[in-house]
Unconditional design. Sequence first.
Lengths: 493, 265, 447
Amino acid sequence: MSTTSLLVIAILILATLGYFLASKRAISTAGGDRRKLHSLPVYYGSNAAMFTAIPALGVLLIWLLAQPMLVERNILSTIPDKLIPEGSSIGLVMSDVRRVADGLEVVVSTGTLSQNETLKLDTEQTDIRALLAGVGAAVGSDVQPEVLKAAQNYRAQTKMGQSWMVLIIVPLALIGFALSVLAAKPTFRARNTVERGILALLVLAASLAILTTIGIVFSMLFESINFFKLHSWTDFFFGGSWAPNFRGDSDLSILPLLWGTIYISIIALIVAVPVGLFAAIYLSEYAGPRVRAFAKPLLEILAGIPTIVYGLFALVTVGPALVRVFGRGQEGLLGLEWMSGATAVLTAGLVMGIMLIPFVSSLSDDIINAVPQSLRDGSLGLGATPSETIRQIVLPAALPGIVGAVLLAASRAIGETMIVVLGAGAIAKFSANPLDAMTTITTRIVSQLTGDTDFASPETLVAFALGLTLFVLTLGLNVIALYIVRKYREQYD
Amino acid sequence: MNDKNIMESHMGTTAIKISARDVQVYYGDNHAIKDVSIDIEDKTVTAFIGPSGCGKSTFLRCLNRMNDTIDICNVTGSIRIDDEDIYDRRVDPVQLRAKVGMVFQKPNPFPKSIYDNVAYGPRIHGLAQNKADLDEIVERALRRGAIWNEVKDRLQSPGTGLSGGQQQRLCIARAVATEPEVLLMDEPCSALDPIATAQVEELIDELRQSFSVVIVTHSMQQAARVSQKTAFFHLGNMVEYGETGQIFTTPQDPRTESYITGRIG
Amino acid sequence: MTDAIQKTEKKKSSLLQLDARTRTRNAAETRFKAYGMIAIAFGLLMLSILVFNIVTRGAGAYQQTFVALEVELLAGKLDEKGDRNLDDIKKVSTFGYTPLLSNALEAKVAELEIETDLKAKKMVGILSKSAAAQVRDYALNNPNQIGETVGFEFLASSRVDGYLKGRVSRDSIGNDKNISPAQLDLADALKAEGSLAKRFNMSFITGSDASDARPEAAGMGTSMIGSFFMMLVVLVLALPIGVAASIYLEEFAPKNWITDIIEVNISNLAAVPSIVFGILGLAVFINYMYLPNSAPLVGGLVLTLMTLPTIIISTRASLKAVPPSIRDAALGVGASKMQSVFHHVLPLAAPGILTGTIIGLAQALGETAPLLLIGMVGFIASNPPDSIATGLLSPNSAMPAQIYEWAKRADPAFYERAWGGIIILLVFLVTMNTVAVILRRRFERRW
């Protein structure tokens, strides 16, 4: 770590030096007459700084990303199978190795032991666990000799990697420095080179969006593949029950979760679509400027409220209020005993519906406003009432756009997490009763990935398969919705 | 005033359909129409001419209260159709607009089939008892819109697929289908090519048989071709009103003369 | 003409009388309009219920019940040797201080002649479990005062606090083993005398989270710092990257399929569920890059990826709003394309970019789900970080995650704190959005 930061500082200093040297040299080679230079001196300096820093830092970044993976692969192959305890995995052993190696690093840096002494460590003679605990590195159990050896290897390979890194990057920076400073002559088109460099950075920034998507897909794909190696995919997609069991042999089927997700989303849309649509219609077709200026921003506040607030609202306010109406037997408002706990499909669905109202209304508002005024005039001029105009002319014309908006809202509802985590419950089941607690894909992702997680058990890995399904589901909805909306906009452009 | 005399000289010869007195229109603080008084006759084509922004379209939109849809617009004075004040509180603009149809500057067929475009008015006003009745109304309207022969084989195809001139005639047919008594036309040919314009002008002349037609146009030639009476608007005032031939040959007001000879506009 | 004949057949109706059909149509119109109003009213009603809930339930967190007591720091218990050696004093654990508290309470009860059949040990139950630690900290900092009597202000236990706020009543504590009616009687008596009272609770705003048993001691301060460091990361990364990406896409990108894919990609990323970004963060930043768990740096990276599409979309809109004539003017005097963008277009678009960035930041500030997956939950940081590096790398929570943690503890005292935390969070969000609106109003340019 410290090697890396030293290297970065060195590169930056060299780049600064290059900046001043190159701009000075450009002026002096032009005989002190700036007008003879192709570009402003600034560009000669920037060119030098760019060629010194960018390649070196780029290689450094790639090195830092790749090295741990390579080292790990080497070490993994040296760990014997007998080291893996029953019910555990190679991943856990590897994390032990890493922890021991990190601990030893601290031992050296605090001066408890010298570098050579750590290499001579032996599990027979030293209590490694106590040694590491002494510098604040906790290891779960006593360190086995193989783990210690692997950790030593790990350290050695990391060290060697770092030396190579310095050996490659420092010359790279120096070469860039020398070439670019030498190139600083009046005929050199420094501005064009710098601008090409900037353009490359811009392209890089723009492709980060693609990179993010690829990252999302691959991070979930790899772990999902690991999951399907441990658990049959037929059970995941077509099984009927969800019952994770951390001793293994769990039922992990997505269907009950999917049912809960869809049920809650449908209730949310039943609330949000009519309310949002009618609100949009009223605001765009009836409301005067004053009502519009007042009601529109107020409604949009609902969209700016973080979902955790809605989650708490569901758990503490809406849920208990529903129980008071539908539950509690004789004490309840209706004397019914249909609802036992505050968390239920209806609770989460209602609150999610409230959250989606401004989402639906502002999208529909845009879409309704895109319908040309001439159509409204035509209809009103024939003696239609405003409501007839809206129902028979404006809405049919806006229908594709509204369908797109509803699909986007549906994708929102399916991917929403906090409201369902707090408001929907944790029981996976197929039930048509909206007053039952049910669970969703997103809540299960949260519960499988929080707490003590072992990244080798199917109970944890299933979260990635769930995440991938969720991603594909919402992506599909989004692509269709955005396509419809785009086509619709083009129609009236 | 001068124009009042002219108006009076024509009274009594034909039935007065619309009579406006001291009409003022304000858009917020902007006084768009100042003191306009006019009598529009039945079964006549009346043209409103004038430079752009003179208020002729605004005044036209007062005649079927289309200005009601604009929040900041305020109309005072009296406009009477068949001696009934259309700005009376008891008048429903919806009922009024059934009686006073309108055709707009840009053809605006609904994104529906040709048949449904024409049937829209009769349906909302409940003019047809049954399907056969409605079919008959649609056919009659399309014939009167002089477009029947072109579309009779494709009544179910979308109205937006027609050419500009056809679309405008479809819009006229759509307006005629509700059996209005007055037909307002706001520069109906401004978006059309010369051939389509000629067809629509011919149509307007035929429509005169059944309705009182009021047409706003920026083209003096068009006013001269289609109208019997012409009113000249300038800066929100109605400067002169009279027989079309007389307005174009012997205008009374110097402003009218300047406009007609091309010095303003 | 036949048309003319048919026309005369049509009934002459007066405009001044509504026919039956118009009346039904108008009724339908009124109904339709009413639906719209009901929809708006429903939305506004829900908003006001929500706000009312937040304010009424959360306000309590800013008031806390304190008990004033004179505690004698018994030398015999705290420093048996009597040489004031700090190491020896440190050996006395928090439990060793509890008798001091019960003694103090007993003395108070005797002095005020309060009648109670509570044992001294039970009396301590009206104080927070943090009271003993408070005395211990004081003794360790002021060893020379051992043996003297010192006045303390202790937090009352959450049940007593709830009793004063009306959340807890004698009926509701039937099965509660943390409080008894007799203890409430004692609290009443102390309140009447004035040594037990509610006052403004600054430590809720500045303090850290506390364990399950001490809701009265929990505060938002540390998680606010966590959120601050995350926002720092988001600002430092998302703004330059977002602006760079937008400049490329809006000004330089050729129209081809790659650009199309990037554009479709960005609008899709904006609609990807936030939890998916959490999974990405867990898999890439923690499992693959070994960045520390629960660190604001990781949270910031995840939120950066999540916020980027929002910033790119709004930045592109403001770049697009700069008229092409400005670019032509710059190119016309011999500037390169790059110079025209950086010298002219970008400064003109800056207010719009800033507005979009603030709105993106506000969105990131309220986001919870991805933080749960990378372990940014409550009660992992008890002290504010001492440097920027530790602030970025040491485990911390964030405001929304802290609120979630409290909501999960299923204790009304923690619910109160969750609502109180929401007030702080919303104050930040409202401030940010107001700044954005003001910026837009002030610098918005119509070309």
